[in-house]
Design a binder for this molecule. Sequence first.
Ligand SMILES: Cc1cc2nc3c(=O)[nH]c(=O)nc-3n(C[C@H](O)[C@H](O)[C@H](O)COP(=O)(O)OP(=O)(O)OC[C@H]3O[C@@H](n4cnc5c(N)ncnc54)[C@H](O)[C@@H]3O)c2cc1C
Length: 537
Amino acid sequence: VTQAAKKASRSLSKWLAVTVVGLCVLTLFLVQKISYLSAAPGKDKECEPLYPNNISDKSTTMALTETPFMWLQKGGVINDASCVDQTSVYGVVAIESEKDIADALQFAQSSDLKASIAGVKHSMGGHAFAKGNLVLDMTRFNAIQINEERKTMTVQSGATWHDIQTKIHPRYAVSAMQSTDIFTVGGSISVNAHGMDHTVGAIENSIVSLRVMLPDGTIKRLSRAENTELYNLVVGGYGLFGVILDAELRLADNDLYESSRKIISYKDFPEFFKTQVQSDPNVGLTYTHLSTVPNSSFLDEGIVYLYTKSEDAVPIEDIPPLGEVSSVSLRRFVMNLSKYGGLFQAMRWWSEKYIEPKMESCSISRNQAQSSGEACLVARNEPMHDSVPYLKNSLKKETDILHEYFIPRDNLVAFIDGMREIIIENGTNLLNASIRVVNKERGMLTYAPEEAFSVVLYINQKTDVAGHAAMKKVTSELIDLAVKYKGRFFLPYQLHYTQEQLHESYPNIDQFFALKRVYDPEEILTNTWYEKYGKTI
Ligand SMILES: Cc1cc2nc3c(=O)[nH]c(=O)nc-3n(C[C@H](O)[C@H](O)[C@H](O)COP(=O)(O)OP(=O)(O)OC[C@H]3O[C@@H](n4cnc5c(N)ncnc54)[C@H](O)[C@@H]3O)c2cc1C
């Protein structure tokens, strides 16, 4: 009996030891995985390049002359938000004044170099640089001046929306910008960005005038009424016609909004928008998230976010200062975990549907707004003050890429049906899908020649050869689908399309490139996009 008991106890101890070791290993693995998925990038994220030929193995030979401007980088490689556009450049100049811009353009001309203009480089196709170019980094050129009487602001083009909001809050808000605040004004005008304000539409609608330095150093004022042709080329012109010095932009009131959500099917979205959003002048901001849960509500169920002007008011001094995004590591973890498939996508969607509404920050309570009730209010600047730090990560050999398609409003449902099929067939790892609203927008390269809904996709890809090939295939199929439904794709993203696809979406493209050579005959200003599509015509 004793021996049998001893044996049993030995095997129990063994079993316990194995279990404890197993649990330790599992805990260690989980801790490592959680910290990997939630870690911020320590330095620039490393990805395998999409165009290895853009990286030169020769180092740049710099002109020996003294330069009147400051170098941020001599030679070397730069990249953009895609992480896969590593490109060797001649150097990067820190722009701090108009004189720096004129000097840099002059230096490029006299040194037989091409130049590019860079904001925060969140375009994803090398639009802010090109191989061997001199790059003008505009981010230090960022003064902001409020013109109370005109209810406008004049901002130098390197200012970011984040800086602007911090400066104009709590009295004013930005009229039109992207749905996040990280971008520069120059980069935003050069793609004619749009965001959550469906009434204003693209940023062009908020421009009073621009001052632009042409490649020969002359300065011109542009607006809808002055130098109109050049205005229509510079807005949405990808930095090919001149350097935007500053912009006078209309300011909006920092209205108080009551936030709400409505869960609907994508099929009902166009009607819902017409009857509940467009027809209600009090709805100030809106956007819609579509489910990305595979085999379930995939691209069917949607959450419409609405910000409706409140009748309540608070004294301006009671509007709290703008805060930064909270729980960054947790948000990053949840986003990155969802890359691992259905269960995690389902958890994220469930949390967006049921947990987030409970955690919603309520900066201004109804009490403060001299009314009763439980709903909370936010100032207009708040939902637009998101720097999305959680989208940056240190995950290896993968990246997240944006796509955007502008579809005439009546064709949205058919487009989403086709898109769903393409994404499922390609096994694409879709992380986010949202719908925004644009109106009929101006500009020679307008993406919306008629009122449209835009469908924004955030897709995870491997950065190896197979990953790039898969992204190219799905991009090409989605562009063809957009064209089938009389839509257009957005140009600041990856260059996976053909000349034919570019022409189908942008019938004015030949004229645009021809006028580029009229305004910049020596083609001083170039970028990777122009080098690929503009020069070969
Ligand atoms: C996470 C993410 C979210 C996004 N969300 C949205 C969105 O909600 N809505 C939307 O419309 N877009 C969106 N975009 C796209 C974004 O608006 C563009 O990529 C925009 O150009 C980014 O601004 P930037 O400062 O990074 O410009 P950059 O990428 O640095 O430059 C973009 C172009 O502008 C030119 N340029 C920059 N500064 C000047 C200047 N001073 N004068 C002349 N040309 C100049 C550059 O040469 C380049 O061709 C998003 C992109 C990312 C990565």
